[in-house]
Design a protein around this ligand. Sequence first.
Ligand code: DX5
Ligand code: ZN
Length: 220
Amino acid sequence: MIAIAPSILAADFSRLGELVYQVEQGGADRVHVDVMDGHFVPNLSMGPIVVQGLRPITRLPLEVHLMVEQPAKFVESFRKAGADTLIVHHEVLPDATPLLRHIRSLGAKAGFAINPATPVEVVVPYLEHIDLALCMTVVPGFGGQAYLPQSPQRIARLRQLIREAGVNIDLEVDGGIDLKTGLESVRCGANVLVAGTSIFGSPLGAQAATRQFVETMAHT
Ligand code: DX5
Ligand code: ZN
């Protein structure tokens, strides 16, 4: 089963509740919330109040992608606001184990993200402490970028490392995912697809675009 995680970064925020309802109706499996602090990435986005606002209006799990320099400062407030999964980046954590344990102790799922320039092998020591590995397929910071060509190889290697470790975790891809790059990523071993522009920017509308993703991936 391939899971679809629409990224609300690409949504029209004046209609956020309605658009989240649409992706839920379209068959999305979770909602992806991109948090940016202007330091780890050169952009600002949203904080816990957005998660708090979404929590009562959708049954979908909310996953929070923390593109911030100091993720430890924020995990509790996002969890309290209703986040189900908290994803932190390797690049700001010399040893991620304590924070990953802390996230799980809060009752959330722990995710671990790596940038395109980071060797995929860095995930190995953490595989027992995470529920999800996130392979960035663009340099994080902005929606609407092109899927990087080295991504398929990196996804396949990550899937191999996960298989070798014998753990049952999600392998998620994020950045430039549309039906084509999504299918390619799934063939390489990804099982969760984050999609922003290709869902919220689709001329079909968010609901039909989500449905198209779900149906396309059902045949893989
Ligand atoms: C990139 C974010 C992504 C982004 C994906 O920094 O982590 O989640 O919103 O957007 P698209 O699908 O437009 O590349
Ligand atoms: Zn993201």
